[in-house]
Design a binder for this molecule. Structure first.
Ligand code: NCD
Length: 318
């Protein structure tokens, strides 16, 4: 088994064998979760602090559930009510928390790079739960596990990532992960929502959904991330849905057994037709949420093993 990382800050530094190790462990956690088998000894005696400086529903809930299922003491910091509002800097908040000796720190922050900076200041394992437009590694890992379970493999697949790519950390992490695993990636977006320099990613680029979706195995839709837009990127939501929203007619261009994904939260009728999202024969959106818990359990398990090995047995609090 190989997983050497001290933190999970992004997909970029991970080796394909580390990704496979993590997904294999997550797969077994997914099965155990379905059968109700508990593993409360894995993180017993360890403290996990969740610091979310940005709104989150499923990511925060699944990190909390993952930690509790593995027996960690989990604390959620309400960042809205914290000293950040009184002007404390990120680094000072981090140093304060570090003095409380957490073992696992889960951080979401609106600024790209903020989580990497924080990881340099603390003595525990840091997990990036999404930093600005930069990375969202556990989302890409849970997407990968969902694809692997649905398709039976995670290589030589044709995968379309569609919509607001320019503002999406989910897209960035997925492009890196799916590229490392040797898949063919197609990006489909209007020019205003396509990041510059995208050709360097080794992907195919399309402006038209019908062309881009032709014969793909996986259709990954993205939310229009209005909170990161500082102007008009689309003419109107109605027009956007007409050209880029996933409906039955556009999906008909993909392979007949193509799966439909969305990281959530979804804007029904904007980037995806509600009927497609709810179609249990095509949509794996609920499975993505389920895999989210398993992937976060696996990530924290592996990081905790490395942390314990680095600290030596005498230092672990029990
Ligand atoms: C994503 C995020 O926060 O980046 N959501 C998530 O983690 N499930 C995508 C989004 O907000 O659109």
């Amino acid at each position: 088994m190989t997983f050497r990382a001290k933190h999970l800050l992004g997909i970029e530094p991970l080796h394909p064998t580390e990704i496979t190790t993590l997904l294999d462990l997550a797969d077994s956690y997914a099965e155990h979760n379905r059968r109700g088998i508990a593993h409360r000894d894995v993180l017993a005696g360890l403290t996990q602090i969740n610091m979310f400086f940005e709104n989150s529903t499923r990511t925060q809930a699944s990190f909390e559930l993952a930690g509790k299922r593995l027996g960690a003491d989990v604390m959620n910091m309400g960042m809205q009510a914290s000293s950040v509002k009184k002007g404390e800097t990120l680094i000072d908040t981090a140093l304060t928390l570090n003095a409380m000796r957490p073992d696992l720190l889960v951080v979401r922050h609106p600024h790209s790079g903020a989580v990497d900076l924080l990881a340099q200041k603390v003595n525990c394992a840091v997990l990036n739960a999404g930093d600005g437009k930069h990375e969202h590694p556990t989302q890409a890992l849970l997407d990968a596990l969902t694809i692997r379970r649905a398709k039976g493999r995670l290589h030589r697949l044709s995968i379309a990532i569609c919509g607001d790519i320019a503002h999406s950390r989910v897209a960035r992490s997925n492009i890196m992960l799916l590229g490392k695993m040797e898949n063919r990636i197609r990006l489909i977006a209007p020019p205003t929502l396509m990041p510059s320099g995208v050709a360097d990613f080794g992907v195919e680029v399309f402006e038209n959904m019908e062309e881009g979706l032709k014969d793909v195995d996986v259709v990954m839709m993205l939310r229009l991330q209005k909170e990161r837009m500082d102007g008009g990127f689309i003419p109107s939501e109605r027009e956007y849905f007409h050209r880029y929203g996933l409906d039955a007619a556009k999906l008909a261009h993909a392979k007949p057994d193509a799966i439909v994904m969305h990281p959530g939260p979804m804007n029904r009728g904007v980037e995806i037709d509600g009927n497609i999202a709810d179609d249990i024969n095509r949509s794996v959106i609920q499975e993505q949420v389920e895999m989210g818990v398993a992937v976060r359990m696996a990530a924290m398990d592996l990081l905790a093993q490395n942390l314990r090995a680095a600290r030596g047995p005498q230092e672990v609090m029990v």
